[in-house]
Ligand binder design. Sequence first.
Ligand code: UDX
Length: 442
Amino acid sequence: MKITILGTGYVGLVSGICLAVKGHVVTCVDKNESIVKSLRCGKATIFENGIDNVLSSAIDQKNFFVTSDLNKALEGVEAVIIAVGTPYANGQIDLTYLLEASRQIGGYILNNDQYLTVIIKSTVIPGTTDTLVREEIEKISKKKLGEFGLGMNPEFLREGNAINDFMFPDRIVLGYEDNKTLSILEKIYAPWNSEKIKVNTRTAELIKYANNSLLATQISAINEIANFANKMGNINMQDVVKGIHLDKRWNPITNDKRLNPEILNYLKPGCGFGGSCFTKDIQAIKSQGEKLDLPMSIMNAVLDVNSNQPYRIIENIKKNVGELKQKKILILGLAFKPGTDDVRESPSLKIIKDLIKKEAKIYAHDPVATKNFIDSLGSISTKIEFIENWQTILNQIEIIILVTPWEEYFSLIDCKIDDKVIFDARRALPSDKISKAKYLSI
Ligand code: UDX
């Protein structure tokens, strides 16, 4: 099928190249000419595991095109997917790009006698597609829903794992407002055997929000329990986690074997979640709930716990080593998680800013995210010494805080660290193998 995608950001580009290698003919549209040029040459404009290979395959198969000309890209296509950013700003979700895209598509529908299904992939508040997007397209195109189609197909892509998540999805949510759109969505995802959920568009929108909200709720809940254990003292959180993991309702037993579901590996007490999705989505659903006169107390608490979590790390270190003034501290990891150069909402930002306030001497390392981190921190970044090879600085360091569990940091246990304090803010290191150094975690 011929498909056009608006937006070549993280979601648009990954979706575009994956749909193309599965056999669809995809054209991605972006206003930015330098992005168009780079993608045409097979150079990905985002950092993502395995993306260059899939992009090259899509181009080699002659299934993937990029242009800045939307009208041309819409000629003869059955479906256009909108994958533009929906940031959270000034207390609400910002739909500027989404509505602009809807207007442009509406303009095309007005001037062309061609049935087009518009599918929203951007994360939006429930009720956005069937009200705001629909109204905008109807107003500009002077046509009614049915003369064009409308769908909502949320993404569940984890940064660093996005290609894999697209190729092997847990489920595919097909949100639709008209039957023709449903059959187009089914045709798009025909090459995938995963379970498909067919629902109206606002249900599709809520599935995405509910999924992220519940994951984030579990993270904040386990962090709150770990904070409690810390305050009590003499509690081994590792054993607490193990005790929870053995509950059959979390971890069923079949044929005498534990299933060990992935969520148990995912949830680890630590410095809290970062990234562009969890905080933004919870803020958005919370403000929508409040508009509906529904106080979202749990969502409030999830954000509250998470926003304080980085400071808990520092509080803990201080409890163990005293004042941090002039202490030489190495921060390992600046990206919000491994496998990405994204530093948005990264716990490292808060940890480092607070340590600078406390006049500690900061050294920092990340294999790929240093530049983004410096851009995001601004002038305070001059107070940090960014290190290229973290092993070489270890002999000068008193405290190491592991914030992003990049695999290369696991070799820390083989380094000479006996005289140091190590705060493992992600529970990534085998604490039993760290014999002499002082190992701390939440
Ligand atoms: C998330 C969702 O998982 C994905 O389905 C959705 O489409 C986009 O948002 P992502 O933000 O890429 O994906 O990363 P994820 O792996 O879910 O981790 C988010 C953050 O939570 C990271 O900062 C991670 O370190 C943190 N985290 C995870 C914790 O702080 N504690 C945990 O126990 C687990």
